[in-house]
Design a protein around this ligand. Structure first.
Ligand code: NAD
Ligand code: DAU
Length: 353
């Protein structure tokens, strides 16, 4: 079959990437979707079971930092779209080991940009390099205000500094080489297949196992939460309708202090687990704060809403309940992730062929 587009999605075995891959494979049978992932600790092919045998889907195991490999796949497959999600994504890990973040997020992004630049010599209208970024590049807000696309960059962790750097490089390739690019910066995502090192899945997992819930500092930091499928839908809209060279902010308009969020999760979990009201909240434990902990993130997504007609679809309480239900119904996934067994899936799934 002659496909209308050949799209490379990087980091498609991760949390957000797997939702994006599933959306594109299912909604666009006329596109050939390639998922390139190194399968780090955060990459899990079990996230993609429902589409892994679809004829328009191909998994490529590889590292975005490896120039020769990246050049080879661009030459061989002649992708005309790239949706770049592969990254080291956890702030606490970036504080413990910044170099890994510099290598993957900065060098890896540049390797992909070079391959796209060298392949798309004529830069036809059909080509697009879509870079997925984060609101953390804008730094930390006080009690008032929102991040807009014009907010000056002020990253404050090794993770956000590496993402900011990759955003600058993407813009540099647009200005210098006329590479057709678009960037979006999104707020905190939540939903199914979220790795339980991040606040929401970690809290759900600890409540389930009656383990302490670690809340950093006083739990006063604020995040703007968006349901992951709403992010995947925004990525779809921006990929198809976003203006070349532009940046779009994506957010949930849904701010919560960490302590209020954890308390809400405790309440939902007490009901779901048939525990007496107040049981889970007893697990809340205030621990040493994250170094350089950004106080507040809040996104103004009016450009995306007004220009491209996207808006969040779910109320937070509904999305959170759906997420809790998913984790409780998918014990096997959670057990594999916490035991490390998911890392054997590649061997069993791909080496049996
Ligand atoms: P994740 O950590 O769950 O997944 C990252 C994926 O990238 C994994 O599958 C991993 O195996 C892969 N990967 C890592 N290094 C690689 C390399 N060198 N080569 C190839 N693949 C590699 O991350 P996520 O939370 O799904 O985030 C995806 C993207 O979205 C990231 O770029 C992140 O900065 C951005 N983002 C995340 C959020 C959020 O709330 N999670 C919000 C805004 C933006
Ligand atoms: O804003 C978008 C970003 O959101 C993404 O770019 C990142 O990839 C993603 O990891 C996320 O970053 P955060 O640092 O905001 O997410 P995390 O789940 O790690 O933490 C959310 C808040 O909860 C933050 O204020 C720190 C706090 N926290 C986190 C953990 C893991 C705790 O209080 N206890 C915890 O155990």
């Amino acid at each position: 079959m002659e496909y209308k587009k050949k799209i490379l999605i990087t980091g498609g075995a991760g949390f957000i990437g797997s939702h994006v891959v599933k959306r594109f494979v299912k909604n666009y049978p006329e596109y050939q979707i390639f998922n390139l992932d190194k399968l780090t600790y955060a990459g899990n092919l079990e996230n993609l079971r429902e589409i892994e045998n679809e004829s328009n889907y191909t998994f490529l195991k590889g590292d975005i930092v490896e120039t020769e490999f990246i050049n080879k796949i661009f030459e061989h497959h002649q992708f005309n779209g790239v949706i770049h999600l592969a990254a080291e994504s956890h702030v606490d890990r970036s504080i413990a080991n910044p170099l890994e973040f510099i290598i993957t997020n900065i060098v890896g992004t540049t390797t992909l940009l070079n391959a796209a630049k060298n392949t798309w010599k004529d830069n036809s209208n059909d080509n697009l390099f879509y870079h997925i970024s984060t609101d953390e590049v804008y730094g930390s807000l006080g009690k008032e205000g929102f991040f807009t696309e014009e907010t000056a960059y002020d990253p404050r962790s090794p993770y956000s500094a590496s993402k900011a750097s990759s955003d600058h490089l993407v813009r540099a390739y647009f200005h210098t080489y006329k590479l057709p690019v678009v960037i979006s910066n999104c707020s905190n995502n939540y939903g199914s297949y979220h790795f339980p090192e991040k606040l929401i899945p970690l809290t759900i997992n600890n409540i389930k196992n009656n383990k302490p819930i670690p809340v950093y500092g006083k739990g006063e930091n604020v995040r703007d939460w968006l349901f992951v499928e709403d992010h995947a839908r925004a990525i779809d809209v921006i990929f198809h309708k976003g203006r070349i060279g532009e940046t779009y902010n994506i957010g949930g308009n849904n701010e919560w202090t960490n302590i209020d969020l954890v308390n809400l999760l405790c309440k939902i979990m007490d009901v779901k687990l048939y525990r007496e009201a107040g049981t889970s909240a007893k697990l809340i434990t205030f621990v040493k704060d994250r170094a350089g902990h950004d106080l507040r993130y809040a996104i103004d997504s009016s450009k995306l809403q007004n220009e491209l007609g996207w808006k969040p679809s779910l109320q937070f309480e509904e999305g959170l309940e759906k997420t809790v239900d998913w984790y409780l119904a998918n014990e096997e996934w959670l057990n594999h992730v916490t035991s490390g067994a998911y890392q054997n899936y590649y061997e069993t799934q791909y080496h049996k062929r």
